[in-house]
Ligand binder design. Structure first.
Ligand code: A2P
Length: 349
């Protein structure tokens, strides 16, 4: 008989939370009971799961009792506060925030890349940053054939990365600008509609923003490649929910373009989208709602004999966040890691 699990979504009312809910239903995740948690602001709201209206509860000390799995997407501050309590109550937490990603005791997992890392969890598993997930899925198949030495990334990031309010804001801004009105700016520092700006996360002393440093540090951790050289420029663009990335990859030896194309055509989680005659390549509008990362424009770097150029678009809410988290949960079930004692405790008597 299939084992069923008691699942909680923390941040259930957010952009990623609502996608988690839909994915649990669409993928027929083995749910025995489902608890929807958010802030006080949303308590009492109802969300639908398998035709049933489930009431959202404010997260509380008792919320994680009798819960096997917590899928969290409620920001770093909330995760730091509640994830340890959920683990203490016996749950495994898959957290979408950056709170635990660089903690050496917390696995940072992209199932297509480092699935074995889930075996080391001690209660919390971190879901990587969205741009990092999308990039990792697209370049890991190449890295396995010939190690990548250096990545130069430029990102084109949608409003969804800043949450549901930011998505609504960019739509309201577009409407206001078309009406000749001043666009509202609450979620973002500047108007995003008909505009773009450098990613709105704090800068370090070297001038890199947090989002760029996530791509550097998280990719190294996921790939198990501490020497990997990565540099990134992250830009927010007026797109609703899919991120795009221009990637320049440097190897020790020339990488045959036809081989790269063949590897990516067969890679798990990747869809090759290339029609050179029609200038048809990955587009965020087409990536939205798709599980796969769309990859195309694979070509030799004219400026470097060992360089490859490629372009990708991937659904930030889906593979960049909610889908990756659900895939981690499915991996835990497949590896019998859910409902079992965490690795650090097993063997104790
Ligand atoms: P709420 O809707 O009650 O504010 P998004 O990333 O789309 O902005 O969504 C963030 C999610 O995290 C929402 O579900 C939000 O709930 C939830 N959240 C934010 N702050 C807290 C908090 N302090 N405690 C619990 N949930 C929170």
């Amino acid at each position: 008989m299939e084992q069923l699990y008691r699942v909680a979504i923390l941040g259930a009312t957010g952009a990623v939370g609502t996608e988690l809910l839909q994915l649990l239903e669409a993928r027929n995740f083995p749910v025995q009971a489902l608890k929807l948690l958010a802030s006080e602001r949303s308590a009492g709201q109802h969300l639908s799961f398998k035709g049933e209206a489930i009431q959202v509860e404010a997260v509380s000390e008792s919320a994680f009792q009798n819960i096997d799995l917590v899928l969290a997407s409620a920001g770093g501050h909330t995760a730091k506060l509640w994830a340890p309590k959920a683990v203490a109550a016996g749950a495994v937490v898959i957290d979408n925030s950056s709170a635990f990603r660089m903690d050496p005791s917390v696995p940072l997992v992209v199932p297509e890349v480092n699935p074995d890392a889930v075996m080391t969890h001690q209660g919390i598993i971190a879901n990587p940053n969205c741009t990092t997930i999308l990039m990792s899925v697209a370049i890991w198949p190449l890295h396995q054939v010939q190690p990548i030495r250096r990545i130069v990334a430029a990102t084109y990031q949608s409003a969804s990365g800043a949450g549901a309010k930011a998505m609504a804001e960019v739509q309201a801004q577009a409407q206001a600008i078309l009406n000749g009105e001043v666009p509202p700016t609450e979620a973002f520092p500047y108007p995003l509609a008909f505009n773009l700006f450098a990613h709105n996360s704090p800068l370090n002393a070297q001038g890199y923003c947090q989002e760029e440093m996530k791509m550097v540090l998280e990719t190294r951790k996921i790939f198990g490649a501490p020497e990997l050289r990565v540099t990134a420029t992250c830009i927010r663009v007026p797109v609703l929910r899919a991120h795009s990335e221009a990637l320049n990859l440097e190897f020790d030896q020339p990488f045959d373009v036809a081989q790269a194309r063949m590897l990516l055509a067969e890679a798990s989680g990747v869809k090759l989208v290339e029609d050179w005659q029609a200038n048809y390549f990955p587009m965020p509008m087409e990536a939205s709602g798709q599980d796969e990362v769309l990859v195309g424009r694979i070509r030799q770097d004219l400026s470097h004999p060992c360089g490859l150029e490629l372009w990708l678009s991937g659904d930030q809410i889906r593979k960049g966040a909610a889908l990756n988290a659900v895939q981690i949960a499915e991996l835990l079930i497949a590896r019998r890691q859910l409902g079992a004692a965490p690795a650090s405790l097993s063997g104790l008597c």
